[in-house]
Ligand binder design. Structure first.
Ligand code: GLC
Length: 426
């Protein structure tokens, strides 16, 4: 089966000839890694893999995917179901392990030193029936980004509840628009119908005390008055403090508005911190991060647990080199580079005490407790059905946000659909 990488053999042969001529071990292989294109991930990749390439004489080629994790998942499933031999390594979302486990090799033995160095809960999330299906390369937990210059200008405290956020965003938006910034918005987030909306909406629901959609024991909990209140609150933002277009936003669209200086608040993952402080950013040095707001006194902030891993395809013809690259990408050297260049949160515990990381990416030590207490999506209890659970959830939320049906009716419908999907057991 070929997916357009037909030069692979020729390129590998050329690399072997070159290396043989200069006396380096004749071992060169070309390894294909497939990965999403969020932020600067793709641009930084060559620098991150260079030390491994130099050490092994192998070459790594990245196969870019769209930034939407849902689009990536669809494509990966097709390739894996077809037994594609052209991709050696897959960068995988934290929620996919139970659904894709059969297609990947067990990394327990190769990764044993890393297993000991990682946070146990993260290793656990990638372990399915005793098999370690992927090695973690970074973890994720979102932040509320805010413009500290604008909070000062309008004399507003950092908001703690969603109501406070709504009031602050409204006031700043009105003020900035009156001062001539016609495209200015109060709050940007991820409202498109995809996995990112599942993450945002789980945070609203959980932070209003409305549970986790499906609980750890498999119970479907989403149809409750607190979840209704959470969705009604978010629906009130669309077209007021958030553009109508937020209903088509992923992470990168939200960051686009924010980073051009056109939003007071943004919900996003830590990767937006490094980029927001880049030289081409209009908000460089003007923002801070805090935890996401909660419903009311007595509730607490909720951050959805994200993160990415590296898995070796069972169908790869370069197993040994692919496993070696996976171990390198999940190891301390590569994780440290990602932490400094991309503000991606390490999964190796010791890196939270690394002085260079703390100096260059202060969000990282600050975010350790946020990700440690982050809320998992229900991928473990719903097993192979998680993707359907999530897509039914994000669809019900998207309909509500779009004004198609009330939150109460849409959540009642969702409960019925999830009950059918569950059948006797997940
Ligand atoms: C981030 C998270 C990932 C999540 C995705 C949703 O990439 O790390 O876990 O599924 O956002 O858009």
């Amino acid at each position: 089966m070929s997916f357009g990488f037909k030069n692979r053999f020729l390129r590998s042969a050329a690399a072997i000839a070159v290396l043989a001529a200069v006396g380096t071990p004749v071992l060169a292989e070309e390894i294909f890694v497939v990965s999403g294109a969020t932020g600067s991930d793709l641009q930084d990749f060559p620098a991150i893999v260079k030390p491994w390439e130099d050490k092994t004489g192998n070459k790594v080629t990245i196969v870019p995917m769209p930034s939407s994790t849902s689009d990536q998942f669809g494509q990966y499933r097709l390739w894996l179901a077809a037994g594609a031999t052209d991709i050696d390594l897959y960068q995988t979302d934290v929620i996919w392990a139970p659904q894709l486990a059969d297609h990947f090799v067990d990394l327990t033995e190769a990764g044993k030193d890393l297993i000991a160095a990682n946070f146990p809960s993260i290793i656990q999330s990638q372990t399915v029936n005793g098999k370690l299906v992927a090695l973690p390369i970074f973890t994720d937990a979102p932040a509320l980004y805010y413009r500290k210059d604008l909070l000062e200008k309008y004399g507003i405290e950092v908001p703690k509840t969603w109501d406070e956020l709504t009031a602050a965003a409204t006031k700043i938006q009105e003020g900035e628009r009156a001062a001539g910034s016609k495209d200015f918005w109060g709050y940007v987030w991820q409202g498109n119908a995809y996995e990112g909306l599942t993450c945002d909406a789980l945070e609203w629901v959980k932070s209003f005390g409305g549970g986790q959609i499906v609980e750890a024991d498999g119970t479907i909990s989403i149809n409750n008055p607190k979840a209704v209140k959470a969705l009604e609150t978010a629906t009130g933002w669309v077209g007021t403090i958030s553009p109508e277009g937020v209903l088509a936003y992923g992470e990168e669209e939200a960051r686009g508005v924010w980073q051009t200086g056109n939003a007071a608040f943004m919900r996003n993952w830590p990767y937006a911190y490094a980029l927001g402080n880049g030289d081409d950013s209009a908000v460089k040095g003007k923002f801070e991060v805090t935890t996401l707001p909660y419903g009311a006194e007595g509730d607490s902030s909720a951050a959805t647990l994200g993160g990415w891993n590296i898995a070796v395809s069972k169908y790869s013809k370069h197993q040994e080199a692919a496993v070696s690259l996976a171990v390198y990408l999940a190891g301390p050297e590569a994780q440290k580079m990602r932490a400094i260049m991309e503000t991606h949160l390490p999964t190796i515990q010791a890196l939270y005490d690394d002085p260079e990381i703390a100096e260059k990416s202060p969000i990282i030590p600050q975010w350790k407790n946020v990700f440690l207490s982050a809320v998992p999506r229900p991928s473990a209890p719903t097993l192979g059905k998680y993707n359907e659970v999530s897509s039914k959830f994000w669809s019900a939320v998207h309909e509500t946000l779009s004004g198609n049906g009330s939150a109460a009716d849409n959540l009642a419908g969702l409960e019925a659909d999830l009950t059918d999907l569950k059948g006797d057991a997940w």
